[in-house]
Design a protein around this ligand. Sequence first.
Ligand SMILES: [Zn+2]
Length: 290
Amino acid sequence: MPPSPSVPQVSDRFPGPRREDCPWCGSARLRTRLRAPGRQRGAAVALDECGACAHAFQNPPSADGAPRALPGRRHRATARALAGLADPESWLDVGTGHGHFPEAAKEFFPYTSFDGLDPTARVERALGEGRVEEAHRGLLTTPGVTDRLRARYDVVSMFHHLAHVPDPRAELRAALAVLRPGGHLVVEAADPDSAYAALLGPRWLPHSHLHLLPLSNLEAELAGLGCAITTTVRTHHPQEPATARPLPAPLRAPLAAAAALDRLLAPLTRHTRLANTYRVVARTPGNPPA
Ligand SMILES: [Zn+2]
């Protein structure tokens, strides 16, 4: 397996230099996927795609990669879908923000101890409000974090987190280091192969993120690290009109109508190429301690 390519060191939120190689596989075969206006006036988002592995990434990275809070009903639906994970004692939610996922998941995992990791102070408020039992600041790749948390968790979840870190491949590997043998990793991410990416172009919200990871790359990486993929599902999360990029006035009404239709059709959409999200559950090698 090739080593994770070196990444220019950039701090947590994270404008950085343009790079000439793919941050996932190191190939220099880059092509333009998208050029679009950024959130701030005069800013621009430049998204490149690797010709070798199809990983897409902002190049150079902009400062607008911060994740947004997801609606509570989505957390609850996700937790319910994961209820088959057998009685985890300890669970780390990476990129937890305000801790809304652990809060929702307690209904389905009443005996599980949830900790949160997040680069922002939101995780400390989550601790103060009792949504997590321990709060850790940073990313998994922040120096010291992995050492402190090594082999502590039965489950590690990363919901829409890898899109927002400087080096998603290193973050993924670090997630395995904090799992116990036989533990489970849950990754949910926007699917760059969704038809919505092409339909909405620069208006597709994940196109404003730092990285877009093809599902096949994630599965191959996990398999290469000795994990068994236990579940892969495609789901569809309607894009809320309020969270879409600022629109020119003539586009607002039609896109609002499209978003309403999107929500209406979500139960039908999730099994088609229109599904905009995938979720992978992988089991790490080894047997859990008896
Ligand atoms: Zn690549």
